[in-house]
Ligand binder design. Structure first.
Ligand SMILES: O=c1ccn([C@@H]2O[C@H](COP(=O)(O)O)[C@@H](O)[C@H]2O)c(=O)[nH]1
Length: 224
């Protein structure tokens, strides 16, 4: 069975991204490419990373009017990503249209509440209630919109899985027990996230900034 651990590759440099992926490829289940990588390297960069032979997760967090997002998803179709993200806050029609035009082998998942936000941050942007309540609300909306799953923190994944038992749950904001949170505010350990129902874990800096990324990936895997 493939590892649930996906490595977040957050660099605009293709050569560094390839070198990092080569180091850890035997101990991760997939590669997550974000906006920074995609803006710098586009389709060519994704093709190069795909040559490593691991599933590609395109984390572009699309969020716009339905027509614009649908056209963007169509433009990404030739890349055949295993997973693609949109923002649940884009609403039902946007999510429905994104799913309708995505390739059959692409899971479209909705970002609910970024793991870098806490309750006061939600209050600042006019969202009342807790991250937990907002995640559960948006999980239900993503499900009704026909998506495959959501992105949420490990602090909410148990509750989200309860309302969507068959959903695909992507959990970033994961830190080993002694890991630095950095800009992440809702963190849990890899073992807790998996125990509470995550389908896959997204880990970036605890691996990419380690002096030995492969060792760091293996150490995380060993805790699962
Ligand atoms: O809510 C979210 C959604 C996406 N991310 C992405 O995951 C990684 C996490 O990187 P770390 O270095 O392990 O913090 C990063 O690419 C984010 O864009 C997230 O953190 N939270």
């Amino acid at each position: 069975m493939s590892s649930p651990l996906y490595l977040a590759i957050d660099t605009p440099q293709l050569d560094s991204a390839l070198a990092l992926a080569q180091k850890v490829r035997h101990h991760v289940g997939g590669l997550k490419l974000g906006l920074e990588f995609f803006c710098a390297n586009g389709h060519h960069g994704v093709h190069e990373m795909a040559k490593i032979g691991l599933p590609i997760f395109l984390d572009l967090k699309l969020h716009d009017i339905p027509n614009t997002v649908a056209k963007a998803v169509q433009a990404l179709r030739p890349l055949e990503p295993a997973i693609l993200t949109v923002h649940a806050a884009g609403g039902r029609a946007m999510m429905e249209e994104a799913k309708a035009v995505a390739g059959l082998n692409t899971k479209v998942v909705a970002v609910t509440v970024l793991t870098s936000l806490d309750a006061p941050d939600l209050d600042d942007i006019g969202v009342g209630g807790t991250p937990h309540d907002q995640v559960v609300r948006l999980a239900a909306l993503a499900r009704q919109s026909g998506l495959d799953g959501i992105v949420c923190s490990g602090q909410e994944v148990k509750a989200a899985r309860k309302v969507w038992p068959g959903g695909f749950f992507v959990v970033p904001g994961v830190r080993p027990a002694d890991g630095k949170a950095g800009d992440q505010k809702r963190i849990v350990t890899p073992a807790q996230a998996m125990g509470d129902g995550a389908s896959i874990l997204v880990v970036g800096r605890p691996i990419s900034q380690s002096p030995d990324p492969d060792l760091a990936a293996r150490a995380i895997e060993a805790t699962l």
